[in-house]
Ligand binder design. Sequence first.
Ligand SMILES: Nc1ncnc2c1ncn2[C@@H]1O[C@@H]2COP(=O)(O)O[C@H]3[C@@H](O)[C@H](n4cnc5c(N)ncnc54)O[C@@H]3COP(=O)(O)O[C@H]2[C@H]1O
Ligand SMILES: Nc1ncnc2c1ncn2[C@@H]1O[C@@H]2COP(=O)(O)O[C@H]3[C@@H](O)[C@H](n4cnc5c(N)ncnc54)O[C@@H]3COP(=O)(O)O[C@H]2[C@H]1O
Lengths: 141, 141
Amino acid sequence: TESTEILETKISDLMIPSEKVAHVQNQNPLEHALLVLVKTGYSAVPVLDANFHFEGIVSKTMIIESILGIERIEVEKLSKITVSFVMEKDVPTIRKDDTFMKGLKLVINRPFVCVVDESGYFDGILTRRVILKQMNRYLHE
Amino acid sequence: TESTEILETKISDLMIPSEKVAHVQNQNPLEHALLVLVKTGYSAVPVLDANFHFEGIVSKTMIIESILGIERIEVEKLSKITVSFVMEKDVPTIRKDDTFMKGLKLVINRPFVCVVDESGYFDGILTRRVILKQMNRYLHE
Ligand SMILES: Nc1ncnc2c1ncn2[C@@H]1O[C@@H]2COP(=O)(O)O[C@H]3[C@@H](O)[C@H](n4cnc5c(N)ncnc54)O[C@@H]3COP(=O)(O)O[C@H]2[C@H]1O
Ligand SMILES: Nc1ncnc2c1ncn2[C@@H]1O[C@@H]2COP(=O)(O)O[C@H]3[C@@H](O)[C@H](n4cnc5c(N)ncnc54)O[C@@H]3COP(=O)(O)O[C@H]2[C@H]1O
């Protein structure tokens, strides 16, 4: 029946491949990460190491919170602190050959989830938008 | 059949009511809006006028972009510019008695959509999270 078709979609069919994903490196200064986030308009992007392995997520909120002092915004910290100090490391990831339902469950509480292979190499991201588009198509049948 | 049940859900059953939604007013200085956004962690929140009518959306990206000068970050602008100068006004809204499908279509390309009545009075927001949760329940039946 139709309803099994959507359930058989693989994450690899839905994900945005790594070459199309804006990302930063863990050793970049916060200044660089903030510019990437503002230029792309994204709220958060993946953080990779020098070997293209997934390390975590960095968001505008994490960067702004780290420079908000009691008296003033400590702008000089942006060039002194690296991404690795503010990024969130404890986030779920998913595999290319995982199921649609596993992807749906992971994006209920977060805007996107990173796709990695068994050695942690970064393959891309699965976004809420793609899951919602798939659902819209499915309900129209 | 089950599949009509989800389609009959009304937006009023799914939306976050206005009293639970963080928002700012159009005459607030940017400084206030940035603090609300950082304290709540939200990427963007609704902007209302003094009569609780919906005016638009303001995000961290809009605020940061407005203070990024060529040479440096012009922090002093945060207390000089009001939210009305940077907010996005041309955004879709939805009614309490609209259908689930209309809500689903509107959140495909944006994280949330504001619920207003026929006079523009702010009733709440419909978020992607709530739509995704509903989908997850529906696919499990
Ligand atoms: N430049 C743009 N062009 C068109 N639409 C845009 C856009 N920037 C944002 N949006 C829309 O706004 C949604 C939320 O974006 P946000 O940046 O908060 O949250 C984004 C962002 O943090 C991340 N993301 C999406 N695409 C990315 C990419 N190519 N590289 C890096 N991160 C990405 O995944 C989150 C969810 O993305 P999703 O597509 O579900 O949802 C996106 C998309 O529908
Ligand atoms: N304090 C918190 N506690 C728990 N989870 C949190 C959270 N802040 C963010 N999240 C999670 O991250 C998602 C994206 O949040 P974001 O702030 O980019 O984007 C949010 C935010 O801009 C706005 N939003 C959500 N709840 C709001 C509220 N009570 N007041 C004002 N704006 C709200 O709607 C967008 C979509 O919300 P949605 O719930 O679908 O999706 C949220 C939610 O799953």
